[in-house]
Write a protein that binds this ligand. Structure first.
Ligand code: 9MR
Length: 340
């Protein structure tokens, strides 16, 4: 900037006609995260419709997960009737800011259109699954970094039951996950194939169940490249064994990723709560940074007003799209600085 421009801006600034520069202005989390990616769930309801949301999402992230746009009910609402409109919008946006995309998802018990959930025989469902995966992966060939091929298929009643009871396990039993993974790999060998789940972040009965399922997949040659740990947490309750758990899956030869991080305050957003939330964010991001095979940390949304948890103040930006203490804690963790 020329001396003249400098003096001119200073004059305007002291005259109050320019907004004071925010201290976060020069902190770009996607840059600090390198060699990892820093990501967010992107949502077309807000992208380009909420200006301040769009400003944050354009600058801070290097990987995006469509929050709902690639789910079965959105992308194939009718048999073989595909609608890529919203999903394409996110992929184009990601390309425009030089960010990657995590596809989300192929096999899940939720957000299924009735024709998939209610009416098909096992043979028809198998054909529908293969067609779904093949058509979508063909459409996005060369454009996506990874796919959550499997989402939330491990039971919440481990060790009594391993797989969640849904249409996939009802029709295919324990062949459900291998089917989806095998179909995906057959279409395109490039994207990383993920198994994504919640409540598997610490070492516990559910993550133990996943660990043995994945170990047997690897032994049997079922294609799987990575595990996604969702990390929908409650304030002050980050599992002590998070890093150790990420590492044990990495030691199987897999990538690992934090895929849906948010931290629910479960109460008023006061200074004490925000400080604890910042510590919690630091702990999770640091666990990823300390794990060589941890490729990305993604938050599930951007700002508190657009979260799937409307009153939890769960994200690093507040409803005014201003950075919260959690934002600075994420920066610290990526930079190797101690817990705030
Ligand atoms: O954030 C998503 C929300 O907008 C949807 O209404 C909801 C429907 O089930 O799914 C939310 O995203 C979920 C994600 O796809 C899988 N893990 C849990 C997420 C939060 O529920």
């Amino acid at each position: 900037m020329s001396l003249f421009l400098c003096l001119f801006s200073l004059a305007l600034y002291s005259a109050g006609s320019l907004a004071a520069p925010s201290p976060s202005q020069n902190i770009i989390l996607r840059d600090l995260a390198v060699p990892r990616f820093f990501g967010a769930a992107a949502n077309t309801t807000f992208l380009f419709h909420d200006v301040n949301y769009t400003k944050v999402i354009e600058t801070q992230f290097s990987i995006f997960t469509p929050e709902n746009e690639m789910k079965w009910e959105s992308i194939e609402p009718e048999p073989n009737g595909f609608d890529f409109t919203a999903a394409d919008e996110i992929v184009r946006f990601a390309e425009s800011v030089n960010a990657k995309v995590r596809g989300h998802n192929f096999m899940w018990g939720n957000q299924l259109p009735p024709w998939v959930n209610d009416t098909l025989s096992a043979t028809e469902l198998d054909r529908a699954l293969k067609n779904h995966i093949t058509t979508i992966m063909d459409h996005y060939r060369g454009k996506l970094y990874s796919w959550d091929v499997i989402n939330e298929m491990i039971s919440d009643n481990t060790p009594n039951e391993t797989f969640k009871d849904n249409i996939w396990t009802q029709k295919f039993g324990e062949e459900a996950m291998p089917k989806a993974l095998t179909y995906a790999r057959a279409v395109d060998s490039q994207p990383k194939l993920y198994i994504n789940d919640y409540s598997i972040e610490g070492i516990n009965s559910k993550s133990d169940a996943l660990y043995s399922v994945v170990s047997s997949f690897l032994a049997d040659g079922v294609p799987v490249d990575a595990i996604g740990f969702q990390c929908h947490f409650t304030l002050g309750q980050i599992p002590d064994t998070l890093q150790e758990n990420l590492q044990r899956f990495a030691d199987l030869g897999l990538d690992v990723a934090i895929t849906e991080l948010d931290i629910n305050l479960m109460g008023p957003s006061n200074a004490t709560a925000l400080e604890q939330q910042a510590k919690d964010y630091w702990t999770v991001v640091n666990a990823c940074v300390q794990t060589k095979r941890c490729v990305s940390t993604s938050v599930w949304g951007v700002s508190d007003d657009h979260s799937w948890i409307p009153n939890g103040s769960v994200l690093p930006w507040n409803a005014e799209k201003q950075p919260k203490p959690a934002f600075y804690a994420i920066a610290d963790a990526f930079e190797g600085k101690p817990e705030p």
